[in-house]
Design a protein around this ligand. Structure first.
Ligand code: ZN
Ligand code: ZN
Length: 222
């Protein structure tokens, strides 16, 4: 049985799925994509006696990364991710925050840029890192093999995929990343998307109107 636990905390007006993950044995925790509403995250940690030790970022968009700097300062903990290709986004978080009314957003440089093949470590629990560009060029996702659990940011949603009409978005790359990086992890992997309900890769391979397997069969458009 795995000692990994997870709790989704929707943050910002965009209801972005920030995720608190922790080792049930030691109560040491990490938070993924703390875009804002840090008091919600902090009160969950407090109510459950969790000790925050790391921040993991999937990509540089405001609703995912806007609160990372303030949280890292307050708890004196490192930020890991995203991939360096998202530097143009995390160095514009203050500017974007002013435009969208999230004035607490701060630029940052992570303590560690992530690359395909890297691993994140949370107190003995490991997450494999996969670079999945398309929604943003530096988007990464995190996969825990033992628990068949993934955190995929805005790469894939239940019934949809990430937008690619933002600067440096690329639809082909996104589809390719989903099919070559996510699907091989297994149909039985449960994933937390950046927005909306959790799903499994198997469910999306059957029903997702953008990336279902049937769209790519021999008579399809591939
Ligand atoms: Zn995004
Ligand atoms: Zn998002």
């Amino acid at each position: 049985m795995s000692n990994l636990k997870a709790k989704i905390i929707p943050v910002t007006p965009l209801m972005q799925n920030s995720c608190i993950i922790w080792n049930e044995d030691t109560k040491n925790a990490a938070v993924t994509d703390p875009g804002g509403d840090l008091e919600k995250i902090e009160s969950y940690l407090k109510d459950n006696d969790l000790k925050l030790i790391k921040i993991f970022i999937t990509h540089g968009h405001l609703d995912h990364a806007g609160g990372a700097f303030n949280l890292s300062q307050k708890f004196n903990i490192p930020i890991e991710g995203p991939h360096k290709e998202d530097e143009f986004l995390i160095s514009a978080l203050e500017e974007h925050g002013k435009m969208y009314g999230l004035s607490d957003s701060k630029n940052f440089l992570p303590d560690r840029w992530l690359e395909d093949g890297d691993q994140l470590e949370l107190d003995g629990i490991h997450f494999d890192v996969y670079h999945c560009p398309g929604h943003t060029p530096g988007h990464v996702i995190f996969h825990n093999k033992e628990s068949k659990f993934a955190i995929v940011g805005d790469v894939l949603f239940q019934g949809s995929i990430g937008r690619t009409d933002f600067p440096r978005g690329n639809h082909e790359e996104l589809i390719n990343a989903i099919r070559t990086k996510l699907w091989p992890l297994g149909d039985d992997v449960t994933f937390v998307p950046g927005h909306g309900p959790v799903s499994t890769f198997g469910q999306e391979r059957m029903t997702n109107p953008y990336v279902a397997d049937q769209l790519f069969n021999s008579t399809g458009n591939e």
